[in-house]
Design a protein around this ligand. Structure first.
Ligand code: HEM
Ligand code: NAG
Ligand code: NAG
Ligand code: NAG
Length: 331
């Protein structure tokens, strides 16, 4: 009798343990974990990776663009895919795509659409658009030669967007160091995260309009190598050409490595927001030197900081929804 009671309790405990993921999925208060889709959509990570890989093979810059989309998502209302919503739809959304940081700049939306369509076929209304962005950012980093990390998932998608948040929360390339650091701190990120995540600018492009002020009339209060400035002026005339593109890392533009930090030490940062990390803050200067000297250290911190950024105010449990298409909330 006592024996069978022990057995019963043991079995109940095992059953409870097995069910824990299900419970936490329902009651979860902000908790993301890598195994979230293991039962509901085990193919999810492979589907995301293969479609990202196909598109990066076609257009190498796409790795940078997808990485940036996750950042622009997370800094506005948290990592909730608000950045993907188009104007209009059931709740008459005002899209973040028209914000100053995003307009004529954010790209990769078609790739996210392609991933979402494949996931809807494999596992209908299961994998959130916010998680697609987080997974695609990791896969893009790896494809460009950078570090890998396990992506905690279980985010849900927002029911709205914030154009104002997109304009105000995302740092501008001509913001002061203090303004940029404050914008990071407001999202729970610190000075180490700022220096490590800025290392994303080891890949991708910037439009002349994002750094032109530094090339003419000496407007910025940051330094720039004069020969380098001359090269940038060649593609960015004083008037016109605002949409012309420059690499952000002119040493190894397509490779995710630590050349970004080496550039900063030579005053060859493209954006003012890059170069000010090696100007007069002792802590950021020290970190830049460390990452320039030790790529492994940069990679480790980058992976950590990406997970931290990916944890900014996710919608979990019953909050938000799993969108059927990433561009619109469900009708
Ligand atoms: C620290 C503050 C930051 C500022 C001021 C900033 C600003 C910018 C600007 C102005 C551009 C060029 C946009 C254009 O001209 O079209 C850019 C590109 C980019 N940013 Fe940042 N960024 C910051 C942080 C980050 C972070 C945290 C990430 C990712 C984790 C990131 C990833 C990227 C990537 C990958 C590109 C290239 C995108 C492409 O080629 O499509 N940035 N950023
Ligand atoms: C975005 O840029 C385009 C082209 O430069 C411009 O016509 C449009 O008004 C801008 N959109 C917003 C919302 O500012
Ligand atoms: C930053 O650049 C924007 C857009 O070019 C401009 O309107 C603004 O005045 C600049 N801010 C500073 C502090 O230079
Ligand atoms: C940049 O844009 C200007 C004006 O649109 C154009 O004349 C020039 O050729 C472009 N420069 C480069 C290097 O692409």
């Amino acid at each position: 009798m006592a024996h069978s009671l022990t057995m019963t309790i043991t079995i109940m405990c095992i059953a409870l343990m097995a069910l824990t993921p299900v419970f936490s999925k329902i009651t979860n208060g902000g908790y993301l974990y890598p195994q979230f889709y293991d039962q509901s959509c085990p193919q999810a990570t492979n589907i995301v990776r293969s479609i990202v890989a196909k598109n990066v093979a076609k257009d190498p810059r796409m790795a940078a663009s997808l990485l940036r989309l996750h950042f622009h998502d997370c800094f506005v209302k948290g990592c909730d895919a608000s950045v993907l919503l188009d104007n209009g739809g059931p709740r008459n959304v005002v899209s973040e795509k028209g914000s100053v940081p995003n307009n004529n700049s954010a790209r990769g939306f078609e790739v996210i659409d392609e991933i979402k369509a494949a996931l809807e076929t494999a596992c209908p209304q299961t994998v959130s658009c916010a998680d697609i962005l987080a997974l695609a950012a990791r896969d893009s980093t790896v494809l460009a030669g950078g570090p890998s990390w396990e992506v905690p998932v279980g985010r849900r998608d927002s029911l709205g967007a914030s154009l104002r948040g997109s304009n105000n929360n995302i740092p501008a390339p001509n913001n002061t160091f203090q303004t940029i650091l404050t914008k990071f701190k407001l999202r729970g990120l610190d000075i180490v995260d700022l220096v490590a995540l800025s290392g994303s600018h080891t890949i991708g492009n910037a439009r002349c309009t994002s750094f032109k002020q530094r090339l003419y009339g000496n407007k910025g209060n940051d330094q720039i190598n004069q020969l380098f400035a001359q090269k940038l002026r060649a593609m960015c005339p004083q008037s016109g050409g605002d949409q012309n593109l420059s690499f952000l890392d002119n040493m190894t533009p397509m490779k995710f490595d630590n050349a970004y930090y080496k550039n900063l030490m030579e005053s060859k940062g493209v954006l003012s927001s890059d170069q000010i990390l090696f100007k007069d803050n002792q802590e950021t200067m020290q970190l830049v030197k460390e990452y320039a000297a030790n790529e492994e250290m940069f990679f480790q911190q980058f992976a950590k900081s990406m997970v931290k950024m990916g944890n900014i105010s996710p919608l979990t449990g019953f909050r938000g929804e799993i969108r059927k298409t990433c561009r619109s909330i469900n009708g």
